[in-house]
Design a protein around this ligand. Structure first.
Ligand code: SF4
Length: 639
């Protein structure tokens, strides 16, 4: 297939001295798929120091270029691929990039981070980010190689699953080292929670980024570069790298041994893991979806991200006369096992692993897929969805076969899958009965599998998140309660007395949340893996080593908080109000038995905590950042 449009940019590779001095290129690629226009912007060093990359870049472009109220699936939406200033440095944890847009699932911010190798490869091409707008007339993919950019025909790739697409692109361009970020049939069919994947198992998973990519007729972005970014101070960055090499086995032993999969039974036994669409309190056979059983049965190896010695990603494979699980799709993590397993009341190891593998093939967010299937199962149990309505099959709680079938149906939008492709909140709107009590979403998005009745502050984080319920830019009550955790280490660095109480939301917990979420938003912009137990001193030193900027802990917190204020301005602009900072009903209904019997958070407690958060952030009672805050963070241009 030939290029539809091609352009060679004069990326300043000859300016080797300049490149060696810092970990970013200084170039942002702009592509308009409607017109074929391509250009490069050079926003200058101050831009990089202010926004850092990743989520910071995403919010800058959404706030400054997207009109309020834009239909997320229209050509006008922006799709932004953004590594960060740390991506591609020698520091382990930095093999990541972010993808962002306005979310078609929530109408709010979509911003997800993925590991693997794609982000580094993009930076090696001479670009620090790609901002894509418009819609191609027919399916295309982008091919970027060392400053050369082509829009190529992808009609022959449309309809193919992710693994096959990756193989075909590498064959066509005759280079097996090409890294490909892409969508599967889920994104093509605009399932509202379709994701964008790279390395066929690393997903920018949440909020429907794959549907945005599908709406643009963009199947993939293939990259290959030859110039690694430079470093300002190798020795300084090397000090943090040495600290990682010396300590990672002790401090990240859980990740080295089992990754997040080893915590499923523990989370079940302590009441964190939701069961049966958040109504259950325990489930038989939970060990079947924990590493203790899954590893001996399915483990074929471990994968890692660029420059990371931890290798926390399991690779599963299986074959019998009925089921084949292909190892190229990696393996499920804790969130996936909970969403497709316990939330759907399914503990069949093979079925849950197969459903997870299908989500990677089709390009679906596993959390929203599981949450939506569980909601559908409850509708079936309550007789709201029946075979008499003409459905060829309906998923049922605890039924492994119908779980797997449901994933196929969602990706292809077939039968009940056409409704499930909308996500549980919009699916609920299609019923004549009031089913709102059964819908477990925040801002329209299914939450990760940490029950807010067990983790109250996490719940407040769900309610406040600009992306809908999120477990990444949040603070986990259990880590804040564990004095030896990296979370407590960072809070202590910021002058907060630790450990913090496990249950409830206190003044100190809200103050801690502000510090920790600033840190996490910095990580999602830099873009750095959350599993690494860095201190503020580590991240400040590593940023200085990468860029030469003399940054302090306070500047890291300021960068993170700027991004939180920007995300809030985006929500306000898109019509969200303080009324939307809330949790689903079920998080306010205590269980009558089980490990968290009687625990939870009343609506009043949540409301008071959120009001105090607004106050500490300098937001008004309406949840809108005050003029003085907007001025202090130099974000007046977005108001
Ligand atoms: S710890 Fe895991 S997710 Fe993080 S960079 Fe390493 S392999 Fe990737």
């Amino acid at each position: 297939m030939t290029a539809i449009v091609g352009k060679k940019f004069a990326i300043p590779y000859d300016a080797e001295e300049q490149r060696k001095k810092r970990a970013f290129n200084g170039n942002i690629l702009r592509v308009n798929l409607s017109t074929g226009e391509m250009r490069v912007e050079e926003p200058g060093e101050a831009f990089y120091r202010k926004y850092i990359g990743g989520r910071g870049f995403i919010l800058h472009y959404l706030l400054s270029e997207l009109s309020a109220g834009t239909d997320p699936l229209s050509p006008d939406n922006l799709l932004i691929f953004a590594p960060g200033v740390m991506t591609g440095t020698t520091l382990p944890s930095t093999g990541r990039h972010a993808v962002g847009a306005k979310s078609p699932l929530t109408g709010a911010l979509a911003s997800g981070e993925a590991g693997g190798y794609w982000g580094i490869e993009l930076k090696k091409t001479g670009f620090d980010a790609i901002v894509i707008q418009g819609k191609a007339e027919s399916p295309v993919y982008l091919w970027i190689r060392d400053g050369m950019v082509e829009i190529r025909d992808a009609r022959h790739l449309w309809g193919k699953v992710t693994g096959e697409t990756e193989d075909l692109i590498r064959d066509e361009l005759d280079d097996e080292k090409i890294q490909v970020s892409l969508i599967g049939p889920g994104g093509e069919n605009q399932v509202l929670y379709a994701c964008v994947l790279n390395n066929t198992s690393r997903a920018a998973g949440r909020s429907g980024l794959g549907a945005v990519m599908g709406s643009k007729n963009l199947k993939a972005v293939a990259v290959r570069g030859s110039k690694a970014p430079g470093l300002a101070d190798k020795k300084l960055l090397g000090e943090v790298t040495k600290w990682v090499s010396k300590n990672y086995k002790d401090l990240m032993g859980w990740a080295v041994e089992t990754g997040t999969l080893g915590s499923v039974k523990f989370q079940h036994d302590t009441g964190t893991l939701p069961i049966r669409n958040y109504k259950g309190t325990s489930i038989e056979g939970i060990e079947n979806i924990d590493a203790a059983v899954l590893f001996p049965l399915l483990l074929k190896g471990k994968e890692t991200c660029a420059a990371c010695p931890v290798k926390c990603k399991p690779v599963f494979g299986y074959k019998d006369e009925k089921v084949k699980i292909d190892p190229r799709y990696g393996g499920p993590e804790y969130e996936t096992l909970g969403a497709l397993g316990s939330v759907c009341a399914v503990t069949d190891s093979i079925a849950v692993a197969k459903a997870a593998e299908l989500c990677e093939q089709y390009g679906l967010d596993t959390i929203s897929t599981g949450g939506t299937i569980a909601f559908t199962m409850e509708c079936v149990e309550k007789g709201l969805l029946t075979a008499e309505q003409g459905y060829d099959f309906l998923p049922e709680f605890g039924d492994p076969d119908s779980l797997v079938r449901a994933v196929h149906a969602i990706a292809m939008r077939k039968g009940i899958g056409a409704l499930m492709a909308l996500g549980s909140a919009r699916m609920a709107e299609t019923f004549t009965e009031d089913v709102s009590e059964m819908v477990v979403v925040v801002r329209g998005q299914e939450p990760p599998v940490h029950d807010a009745r067990r983790k109250n502050l996490y719940g407040m984080g769900y309610a406040l998140s600009a992306t809908g319920a999120d477990h990444m830019h949040n603070m986990d009550d259990t880590f804040a309660n564990f004095a030896q955790s990296d979370v407590c280490g960072r809070l202590a660095e910021a002058g907060i007395q630790v450990p913090l109480p496990l249950y409830g939301i206190t003044e100190e917990k809200i103050r801690g949340f502000i510090v920790e979420t600033a840190y996490k938003n910095y990580l999602d912009s830099a873009v750095i893996c959350h599993f690494y137990p860095f201190s503020f001193a580590h991240v400040a030193k590593s940023l200085q080593g990468a860029t030469g900027w003399d940054v302090s802990q306070d500047e890291i917190i300021e960068i993170g908080n700027r991004i939180i204020h920007m995300a809030r301005l985006f929500l306000v602009r898109e019509g969200f109000t303080a009324e939307d900072d809330k949790l689903p009903e079920r998080f306010h209904e205590p269980h009558s038995e089980g490990p968290i019997a009687g625990k939870g958070l009343t609506k009043e407690e949540l409301h008071q905590s959120i009001e105090r958060y607004y106050e500490l952030m300098g937001w008004g009672p309406d949840g809108i950042p005050a003029e003085s805050v907007v001025k202090k963070y130099e974000i007046e241009m977005y108001v």
